[in-house]
Design a protein around this ligand. Structure first.
Ligand code: PLP
Length: 359
């Protein structure tokens, strides 16, 4: 039986995608092979990877001067390889600290370059995005790094920073494809697939091609964007099954009407939950209204002693993985593209009932 799965990641996938993958598991399109068994250089898999990239380009309207890389290592690996690939002759980079994932990026980058924290939301416990007028950018920075959706704190940029000629680099792991994005405003967009794209193990990097000549000589080949771009992401074996599932998710998104259509649904889903949280005196979401994430909604019960009863009841009602991240506690509902509005409606009904019986 399928449940409503509110996990932050690895996370819910569209049911039609899972069914199709199951149908094609033993014999992909009459090839006599599972996708997992195919050579990554054979015509069958090349056709899968080519279509996945074309569909992603179509969904995000990626301009032709951007390269799409399908790599391994996750966003955490990119935290290290971003400075290696982008520093060139420069020594430092700007980072904006909006929460747990920003902090991880800052810590990792600090091993490879001088990090200037241009702005931080720590003063208000990471519940907002510092406005750009408060940023202190270094004109000599190699790039400016942001986490455009903080998966743990539930804070999302609803605007795109203007960094002039300095390339803007965004960790979009947990909201890529959830909303329209003007790719041309970014130098690099990256993310792990396991939140809103597909299974864990696939990492997406979208990089403007003029930035491909800045890698430090120490950059590992498997993470060297220019070498990987030249090899069509096949310098080493790419995560083939992850690319295949991502491709099915891209086709599913196109059937849903594309990113603009799914964005409207995501707005409606998030509004349903936040409106209820704001009406209730029993639950609270601490994030500034203008910076609330549409994908990850943390919330707290007024009495934390009720947390375990809340989670137990949710599970009994078929709603899983609502426990908040251990760093912030409380609850978190991740409502990615693949979460139907019925899941959010069921959650709000359950929350109302829990409030009625425990408030
Ligand atoms: C999950 C997540 C990561 C970490 O991704 P890994 O694939 O585990 O390396 C990094 N950044 C954000 C915003 C995330 O949500």
């Amino acid at each position: 039986m399928r449940t409503f799965n509110f996990s932050a990641g690895p996370a819910v996938l569209p049911e039609p995608v899972l069914r199709r993958a199951a149908d094609e598991m033993l014999d992909w399109h009459g090839s006599g092979m599972s996708v997992m068994e195919m050579s990554h250089r054979g015509p069958e898999f090349i056709s899968i990877a080519t279509k996945a990239e074309a569909d992603l380009r179509d969904l995000l309207a990626i301009p032709p001067n951007y390269r799409v890389l399908f790599l391994q290592g996750g966003a955490m690996a990119e935290n290290a390889v971003i400075p290696m690939n982008l520093l060139g002759q420069r020594r430092g980079a700007d980072y904006v600290n909006t929460g747990e994932w920003s902090k991880k990026s800052i810590k990792e980058a600090g091993k490879y370059c001088r990090v200037n924290v241009a702005a931080s939301a720590e003063d208000r416990n990471f519940t907002y995005v510092p406005p750009q007028q408060d940023w202190r950018l270094d004109p000599d920075a190699a790039y400016v790094h942001i986490c455009s959706n903080e998966t743990i704190g539930g804070v999302e940029y609803n605007w795109i920073p203007d960094t002039g000629d300095v390339p803007l680099v965004a960790d979009m792991s947990s909201h890529i494809l959830s909303r329209r994005v003007d790719v041309a405003r970014y130098g690099v967009i990256y993310g792990g697939a396991q939140k809103n794209i597909g299974p864990a193990g696939l990492t997406l990097v979208i990089v403007r091609d003029d930035l491909l000549d800045r890698a430090l000589p120490i950059t590992p080949s498997a993470f060297h964007w220019q070498q990987q771009a030249a090899a069509e992401s096949m310098l080493n074996t790419p995560p083939t099954y992850g690319i295949y599932i991502a491709g099915l998710v891209f086709e599913w998104l196109q059937e849903q009407g594309g990113v603009a259509a799914i964005e409207q649904r995501n707005i409606a889903k998030a509004a349903l939950l936040y409106d209820y949280l704001d009406r209730s005196a029993f639950y609270v979401n601490p994030v500034a209204r203008s910076d609330r994430s549409r994908m990850n909604v943390p919330f707290f019960l007024h009495d934390a002693q009720l947390d375990s009863a809340f989670l137990k009841g949710a599970e009994a009602n078929g709603m899983l993985q609502l426990k908040g991240h251990r760093v912030v506690g409380g609850m978190r509902a991740s409502i990615y593209n693949a979460m139907p509005i019925e899941g959010v409606q069921a959650l709000v009904s359950y929350m109302q009932e829990f409030e009625r019986t425990h408030g």
